[in-house]
Structure formats: structure tokens, C-alpha cells
Design a protein around this ligand. Structure first.
Ligand code: NAD
Ligand code: UDP
Length: 317
């Protein structure tokens, strides 16, 4: 017999990471019970410390590659190292986390009749030949390169999600997340926003890879989490991938200049080699999210950077 319960019970894998900790906080705020599961590879207890006293919050230290059984109504699957430095540290474990992890959470969803949300990525588009990227673009991914453990792992997870939906009727959501930034990013994960802010606050040279003409579009974390919740709440008929990101595109050089200006830093730019398979441009087409979820990002880069700078300033003090 199904246990009686009032609040939706939500499992967040990777819940002690950057995005996961913001998601757990937002879910608690809307009255859910939250089980945060994380192996603490890149996440930390510090990120979820403010939630620990909440009676509706529970933390489980566990690896998503190992099956987990718990009573759940919804699952957000975020467990996977996300920055190039971290996902290339142990590439076999990275792809295992995406693929075996997807099997495990999908089997749990099937068993408990739970709805599942997969944190996918703009990296499924690889170095895109279509710009901006729409969800029906199949991508341009090197299957044997140094980023493949992440890109192909996430692509395979999307396949599994859709196959569990078609074959077993599991309710599924797929978010293709584009570069997102904000407080609680890992200061040493090598991602561009955290690197530039930390370097600027220390008045150290800002490391621009290549000539800085490559582009990215940066979404502030609060906007993204709003998109997560809207997607999870959307009608069951919306199963295919949905791009979530900010469509305003900047070159990496423009980002560096903006960070220097906002921090009042004495840092100068230093140019380093471009990493292999580094996409030259990336910008989401968010028409589907706008039409289906009524979602579009609201926080402009300068405002989001100011909040992120304040976080790192405090962290480094
Ligand atoms: P993060 O590294 O802060 O979070 C990932 C979390 O997963 C960490 O807490 C880590 O400890 C945990 N984890 C890793 N492997 C695990 C495993 N095997 N078992 C259990 N826990 C594990 O990164 P993030 O930016 O918060 O990313 C969260 C998710 O969103 C990831 O799946 C990532 O691929 C996706 N994503 C993020 C971005 C972004 O810009 N932040 C962009 C695209 C996709
Ligand atoms: N980048 C950079 N300097 C850094 C870190 C990153 O110029 O210190 C560049 C990187 O080469 C890429 C872009 O910034 O072109 C975004 O990198 P990030 O690792 O944040 O995300 P991703 O490559 O996954 O989009």
C-alpha cells in the first residue's frame, strides 16, 4: 500500500553542488520534502549548511552509480561533475555517473512511479554548426576527445530518458542547460566566471584562453532554477529536451573586461592556449522554453556578476 503523505517528496541527486544546493533551497521554499543525495566529489556540506536544520530536508552521502531505494514523487538528476577540470579528472567515473547514474534514477522512477528531470547540457551540441542552437539540432560532438566523457555521457543519458519514457511510460523532463553562474560556484573548478572573478579580486592576471573571441551566453542561477521548476511542473506531454539559458551572447574578452570593471581590479589580461575541442560559439534559442513554460531569464549579466562577486569576495576574505 502506498504510504500517505501530504508534501511532494523530491530527490535531488548532486544536491550539494552549485545548482543542486540552489534547487534544494527553492524546493523547500515551495513546501516540498527534499532528499539531497551527493557523493561530495565537487559539492560540499557548506553549500547546504543553511538547509540542514530544516525538518523537511535530509542529506544522504551516496554515489549515483550505486542503486538507491527511497520513497519519492519527483527526481531531479544533477549528479555529475560539470566543469572541464573536474569531469576530466576521472573521465571513466564521469561517464559512469551519467550513464549508470541515469539507469539507477530511471529504475527508481519506474519503481516508484515518480517523474524524473534530467540535467542535460548545451555540450550535447558540441562545437555547433547551427547558431543559435535549437533543440532539434543534433550537434557536432567529437566522440573520442577529452570532453567526450561528459558530452557523450550526457547524450546517452538523454537517450535512456527517452527510451524509459517510450518503453515504460516514465514521465520525463530534459533540460539542456547553458553556462550558468552565481554564488556557490566552486572557486577552483576552472570555469570562466569563477576564474575571472577570483583572479580579479586577487589582482592577478586574467587568463583568457585563445584570443577571447569565442562566445558564451551566461545565465544567472536564480533564473535557471525558476526554469527547472517550471519545466518539472509542465504538462506530461512535454517530454523532449528544452534549452534553458540566457540568449544574450558575450565574447570571453568582453566578460573579462566587465569583471575587471565591476571589481575595480588592477588585473590585466594574459592569453593562454585554447583547450582542445573548446566550442567557438554558444547561444541558446529559447523559443521552446518561452512558448511552453512562459520562461525567459530576467537577470542581466552586470547584476548577476555583482552578486557573484560579493559571494567570492566574502569567501576569499
Ligand atoms: P557541481 O559540480 O557543483 O554539481 C554536481 C554535483 O554532483 C556535485 O555536488 C557533485 O559532488 C555531485 N556528484 C558528482 N558525481 C556524483 C556521483 N557519482 N554521485 C553522486 N553525486 C555526484 O556542478 P553544477 O554546475 O551544479 O552542475 C549540476 C548539473 O547541471 C550537472 O549534471 C551538470 O552537468 C549540469 N549542468 C551545469 C551547467 C552549469 O553551467 N552550471 C551547465 C550545463 C549542465
Ligand atoms: N576560459 C577562459 N579562461 C578561463 C576559463 C575558461 O578563457 O580561465 C574560456 C574557455 O576556454 C571557454 C569559455 O571560457 O571558451 C567557457 O569556459 P567554461 O569552462 O566556463 O565553460 P564551457 O567551455 O564548458 O562552456
Amino acid at each position: 500500500m502506498k504510504e500517505y503523505h501530504k508534501k511532494p517528496r523530491v530527490l535531488v541527486t548532486g544536491g550539494a553542488g552549485f545548482l543542486g544546493s540552489h534547487l534544494c533551497a527553492a524546493l523547500l521554499e515551495r513546501g516540498s520534502e527534499v532528499i539531497c543525495m551527493d557523493n561530495l566529489f565537487t559539492g560540499s556540506k557548506q553549500n547546504i549548511r543553511p538547509l540542514m536544520d530544516n525538518p523537511n530536508f535530509e542529506f544522504i552521502r551516496h554515489d549515483v552509480t550505486v542503486p538507491l531505494v527511497c520513497e519519492v514523487d519527483e527526481i531531479f538528476n544533477l549528479a555529475c561533475p560539470a566543469s572541464p577540470i573536474h569531469y576530466q579528472y576521472n573521465p571513466v567515473q564521469t561517464i559512469r555517473s551519467s550513464v549508470i547514474g541515469a539507469f539507477n534514477v530511471l529504475d527508481l522512477a519506474l519503481q516508484k512511479n515518480a517523474k524524473i528531470f534530467q540535467a542535460s547540457t548545451s555540450e550535447v551540441y558540441g562545437d555547433p554548426k547551427v547558431h543559435p542552437q535549437t533543440e532539434d539540432y543534433w550537434g557536432n560532438v567529437n566522440p573520442v576527445g577529452s570532453r567526450s566523457c561528459y558530452d557523450e555521457g550526457k547524450r546517452c543519458a538523454e537517450t535512456l530518458i527517452m527510451d524509459y519514457h517510450r518503453q515504460y511510460g516514465v514521465k520525463v523532463k530534459i533540460a539542456r542547460i547553458f553556462n550558468t553562474y552565481g554564488p556557490r560556484m566552486h572557486p577552483q573548478d576552472g570555469r570562466v566566471v569563477s576564474n575571472f572573478i577570483v583572479q580579479a579580486l586577487r589582482n592577478e592576471p586574467i587568463t583568457v584562453y585563445g584570443d577571447g573571441s569565442q562566445t558564451r551566453s551566461f545565465c544567472y542561477v536564480d533564473d535557471l532554477i525558476d526554469g527547472f521548476l517550471r519545466l518539472m511542473d509542465s504538462p506530461d506531454s512535454l517530454t523532449g529536451p528544452v534549452n534553458l539559458g540566457n540568449p544574450v551572447e558575450f565574447t570571453i574578452r568582453e566578460l573579462a573586461e566587465q569583471v575587471i570593471q565591476l571589481t575595480g581590479s588592477r588585473s590585466t589580461l594574459t592569453f593562454k592556449n585554447l583547450p582542445s575541442d573548446d566550442p567557438m560559439q554558444r547561444k541558446p534559442n529559447i523559443s521552446r522554453a518561452q512558448a511552453e513554460l512562459g520562461w525567459s531569464p530576467k537577470v542581466q549579466l552586470a547584476a548577476g556578476l555583482q552578486k557573484t562577486i560579493a559571494y567570492f569576495d566574502n569567501l576569499l576574505a
